[in-house]
Write a new protein. Sequence first.
Length: 218
Amino acid sequence: MSGYWPWWAGAAGLALITINYTLATDRSFGVSSAWDRVLHWRRERRLERMDEEFTDERALADALAAATAEHFGTRPAAPTAQSDPHGTSQPPETDAELTASEDTSATSPGPVPLVTQAALLVSIFFGGLIAAVTSGRFHLRFDMGPGFRNVVTANPTTMTVLLFVGGMLVGFGTRLSGGCSSGHGLSGCGRLRPVSLVATAVFFSTAVAVSFLLWKVI
């Protein structure tokens, strides 16, 4: 075990990274969502340009009304008095009410800028590379080590197929649960979000059960 950081140093480092990321971006820390957005960078850049173009809620509403009128050949009706189910009429929303609703919608932050999440992924890669090189343990390998060979398989082809299928299942589970171990386990649990607490309990208990089956039963 020589050459590895003590467990408490790794825990402190992960806590600092998660806290600083949340404070700097006002969003939850997550790697799978960052990877998804970087892979679909053309779509994300198009959405970012649209957000930049329509930063004003009223301008966005006017543009949508104009596009609707152009497509259907009609003009949007002017706001009129609204009637409730009891038959009493209510005046249309005032500017103050509209502004309040716009302020409410603006409080929910949008996605992190794409360049920020790309920098996150690059930092993870080079951080791990620097740590491995400076510790003297860096070397290229094409299997999961002797433990995997002894317990699962030593055949290179079978090992590659199993790792590929396992990676696909991990990706499917990540999309199904709406986050990975970093998003749910580090950031979501730290914010006491119920969905993150449930997701983290599920994938940790599943990992314990599978490890028990591999090492003690099979």
